[in-house]
Design a protein around this ligand. Structure first.
Ligand SMILES: [Zn+2]
Ligand SMILES: [Zn+2]
Ligand SMILES: [Zn+2]
Length: 210
């Protein structure tokens, strides 16, 4: 019988010898030593799937009941304290998701360079908000969108915009008025007495004096 070397391990289920990274870590000691599960990932996943199909719902019910009992056993103060802690946890985990997304897409508006965090939002590059919602199935941005972006490997057609530029983009057929430069307002004949008060639209023939 083949003997596993130092960086391999034999799965207790399929009995194949596989590299260590094919086994899930189940416990990591303080000194950094990692304990791997006895079954390889493949066998573990198979087992997990079968277990969930068979026992998943029952287990969920048990969990739910435990949770319920725990809440019921609390007095009012404890419950307030508990809710506060849970809210903190949620906020912290939402912030981690947000930080990760902005780490990837950048910390400033792609159009005007605004970097004040509270002014920034994630924008679907080629389309308006409605199209973004169709694509992601997400009504409001925020955490749900961050999760979606992370899960989908940070698609390239999303960018950081400030609310100003995003609104400008929506109001101006998908182009922020910022990117329509070279004094085109007079060219378009937009004056205080003119009825055409909007910035140039996509497809308009903009004549740059430069
Ligand atoms: Zn196996
Ligand atoms: Zn901007
Ligand atoms: Zn802009």
């Amino acid at each position: 019988m083949e003997i596993p070397s130092e960086d391999t391990k034999r799965c207790s289920k399929c009995h194949k010898i596989k590299p260590l990274n094919k086994f899930l870590p189940i416990h990591i000691r303080k000194n950094g030593k990692e304990y791997k599960s006895n079954r390889c990932r493949e066998c573990y996943n198979k087992y997990n799937k079968a277990w969930r199909a068979k026992e998943g719902n029952r287990y969920k019910d048990i969990q739910k009941k435990r949770w319920h009992d725990r809440l019921n056993a609390m007095n009012e103060n404890e419950r307030l304290e508990f809710n506060k802690r849970m809210a903190q946890k949620t906020r912290a985990s939402n912030k981690r998701l947000k930080d990760l997304v902005y780490e990837v897409y950048g910390h400033q508006c792609t159009c005007c360079g605004e970097s004040e965090e509270s002014f920034l939002t994630i924008d679907h590059v080629n389309n308006d908000g409605a199209e973004q919602r169709r694509k992601t199935g997400i009504k409001n941005g925020g955490t749900v969108l961050y999760r979606w972006l992370i899960k989908n490997g940070f698609p390239k057609d999303f960018q950081v915009l400030c609310w100003n530029c995003q609104w400008g983009k929506v109001k101006n057929n998908g182009i922020c008025p910022h990117s329509v430069t070279c004094n085109d307002y007079p060219v378009m004949g937009v004056g205080s007495s003119d009825s055409k008060h909007s910035a140039p639209q996509e497809g308009d023939n903009i004549v740059c004096p430069a």
